[in-house]
Write a protein that binds this ligand. Structure first.
Ligand code: SF4
Length: 347
């Protein structure tokens, strides 16, 4: 969890091992007739085995595009134009995934295998013309040496584990026959059945009721402990992040503006955007019918990225001599956080 190689947030893992996944200065742009949208513009973070990195931020901050860029599944007119995604599973040589052919056999063997993803929109992730059973069996067989009968048994077992009732029957059904919540759970089963080393979960529980959400979060945490799996957990729900994350990266307009251990970010956020985001979170201490604070102003359109610090038009701590003129770098703040803001590290 850091940005430039010279800067890093120090955690226990740093001293004992290399990150399983290291995203460095990732840049993914969309080239449209109206102009270039810098959806991700220099995002960096590390995730270690057994660790959960939570990525938070408002809609359009680049969370989901960051996740898709890791697996090179960006739709046109998007293109990854810079950065590195280093993957080194269990002592294997470090591989920059961005050097692999996006449709080549190497990345396809990693995608859905060693690195799995749970998408925001489960309906678009299933084939409408194949039964769910065929799809999950195919995923298992692609990434293991199991035969068809063994893969079928494993698939049924996973559907049961994620809470799909009568899984034997549901195996022969199509995605449209599942309810929204069941589709989400089916997708989680599909992502986990290959026992990935890294799970990228993009709003994995948003469509679920609170009881199922709690069950799924428990399941993810149990599996993480069993398999020492790293999780990149993307959500706008700060309550969920507080529950599952070890490290939190706050994104704003395609950049990580603050990163650090979850306790530090929640108890003492440094960047004005992190502070505003956290203060807009509902608390049980809030007075009855009290209006929740919200972040001033709207997120600028990414094509009209403000100059200097991109948060400056909305920032309550704006400094006229610098904030609109120069772009702040991520710098260490305190013992274990980094923030990109001129309130810190300014000579
Ligand atoms: Fe606010 Fe300036 Fe810090 Fe940006 S650099 S967050 S505008 S104080």
């Amino acid at each position: 969890m850091q940005t430039p190689e010279s800067e890093s947030v120090v955690t226990e893992q740093d001293t004992v091992t290399e990150p399983l996944l290291s995203v460095q200065d990732l840049q993914t742009y969309f080239f449209t007739d109206e102009g270039t949208v810098k959806a991700v513009d220099g995002a960096s973070f590390d995730v270690y085995a057994g660790q959960t990195l939570g990525i938070v931020g408002e809609s359009g901050c680049g969370k989901s595009i960051t996740a898709k860029s890791i697996l090179q599944i960006i739709d046109r007119p998007g293109r990854i134009i810079g950065g590195q995604v280093k993957f080194s599973p269990d002592g294997a040589a470090v591989q920059n995934l961005l050097e692999l052919e996006p449709n080549g056999p190497e990345i396809r063997s990693i995608r859905g295998g060693e690195i799995s993803m749970i998408f925001q929109e489960p309906m678009t992730s299933f084939s409408p013309i194949h039964t769910f059973g065929n799809q999950i069996i195919e995923a298992i067989r692609l990434h293991s040496s199991l035969d068809k009968i063994e893969a079928h048994e494993l698939a049924v077992d996973w559907m049961r584990r994620v809470g799909i009732p009568t899984p034997e029957t549901r195996m022969s059904e199509y995605a449209y026959q599942f309810s929204g919540g069941q589709r989400q759970r089916a997708m989680i089963a599909m992502a986990l059945c290959t026992e990935p080393r890294v799970l990228i979960a993009d709003e994995p529980t948003t469509a679920l009721d609170v009881t199922t959400q709690a069950q799924i979060l428990d399941l993810l945490q149990t599996l993480q402990k069993q398999n020492d799996m790293a999780i990149v957990f993307i959500t706008h729900d700060l309550g969920v992040i507080a529950e599952v994350a070890d490290i939190v990266a706050v994104m704003y307009l395609g950049k990580v503006v603050e990163i650090g251990p979850v306790e530090s970010i929640f108890s003492s956020p440094k960047h004005p955007y992190s502070k505003a985001l956290l203060s807009s979170m509902p608390t049980i201490d809030a007075a009855h019918r009290e209006r929740m604070p919200s972040i001033t102003g709207a997120i600028p359109h990414p094509q009209n990225r403000p100059s200097g610090c991109a948060f400056h038009p909305r920032c309550p701590s704006y400094m006229s001599d610098i904030c609109g003129l120069k772009e702040p770098e991520l710098v260490s703040v305190g013992t274990d956080q980094q923030a990109s803001c001129f309130l810190y590290g300014r000579d």
